[in-house]
Design a protein around this ligand. Structure first.
Ligand SMILES: [Zn+2]
Length: 135
């Protein structure tokens, strides 16, 4: 097992632990390859669960994968082949950093502002307010 596999294993362990500690579960992407592109068919569901607009998910995925991503009829169209696991890891990361409150671990958050390269996240469940780097 190489270093990357170890990292990946550690990461998937961490994300399954955080899934068990709360009743909220991070949605899985419904991914279909289409030629040289990859389509995520359930973008609306992911955005709903995150309580973010679809455009925010799209921006994040664009940045993380460094490829053009567009939205077509509530589907995410990624201009590259991405496997389902890689994409789900990105989505889990998005939820863990930008959606799930770092204090109370509930997903009841919104962005209070997205200025100057930072996002201010406010939790409606516990009132926490903190800043994370913008994607
Ligand atoms: Zn909270």
């Amino acid at each position: 097992m190489d270093y990357n596999e170890l990292l990946e294993r550690a990461f998937s362990k961490a994300s399954s632990l955080s899934k068990e500690s709360q009743d909220f579960s991070i949605p899985e992407a419904d991914v279909v390859p289409q030629g040289s592109k990859t389509i995520v068919r359930n973008l609306a569901k992911i955005a709903d669960a995150a309580r973010r607009v679809e455009d925010e998910i799209s921006k994040y995925i664009t940045k993380e994968l460094a490829v053009p991503v567009s939205i077509e009829e509530h589907r995410l169209v990624i201009s590259a082949r991405v496997d389902q696991k890689a994409l789900n890891d990105k989505i889990a990361k998005f939820f863990n950093i930008y959606v799930i409150c770092k204090e109370c671990k509930k997903p009841d958050t919104h962005y209070a502002s997205t200025d100057r390269g930072f996002i201010v996240i406010v939790c409606e469940a516990c009132g926490a307010r903190y800043t994370v780097k913008h994607y």
